[in-house]
Design a protein around this ligand. Sequence first.
Ligand code: GAR
Length: 191
Amino acid sequence: MIKMVIFISGRGSNMEALIRATQEGILKGIAEPVLVFSNQPEAMGLTLAQALGVPTFSLDAQGMKRTAYDQKVIEILKDYAFDYLILAGYMRILSSEFIRNFPQKIINIHPADTRLHQGLHAYEWAFQNQMSETKVTVHYVNEGVDTGQIIAQTSVDLSGAQTLDEVEQRGLAIEHQFYAQTLKELFLNNN
Ligand code: GAR
C-alpha cells in the first residue's frame, strides 16, 4: 500500500477527493493517506480531513524564513512513514533544500498547462484570456515554480463558460477525477 502525505493550504477539495478515492474509489487498496499537513492552521481542509478519519498537523509559517520553516516540516515528517508527498492546493513555495530531501517523491496538481502558466490564479488567467479550453497538469515538483516533469495532462472544456466561477467549477470537477486517476497509474507503474 502506497502511503501518502497530503499538503494543503485551504479548502481541500482535491484532498477530499483523494481521501475518498482511497476509502471508496479507485485508489482503494492501492494507496492510503497517513497525514494531512497544512501551513494554515485555519485551513478548512483540516477539519474535513479529521472528519474523514485522517490525522492532521499544521504549522503556521508566519514570521519564519522559508528554509527554517521547511526544516521544521522535515522534522515533523520524520514521525511518519510515507512514500509520496502529494500537494493539493499547497500555496507555498517549497525550498530547494526541502525538495532535495524527497527526489521524485513530491507531486503537484496545477490548474493550467504548466508550460503556459505557472504560479497562482490559473483559472483567472484562462478566464481573462477567454480560452475555450485549458488544461490540468499533474507534475513532479522540482526546484522551480511549476516547472517539474509533467506526469499527465488533461483538457478542460471552457466553451460557453460565462463566469470565473463556472470556469473554476468545470476545472475542479476534472481535477478531482484526474488527480486520483493519475496517481493510481503512477503508483501501479512505479511501485
Ligand atoms: C486547485 O485548483 C489546485 O489545482 C490549485 O489550487 C486549488 C486548490 O483547491 N493549485 C494551484 O494553483 C497550485 N499552483 P482545493 O484546496 O479545493 O483543492
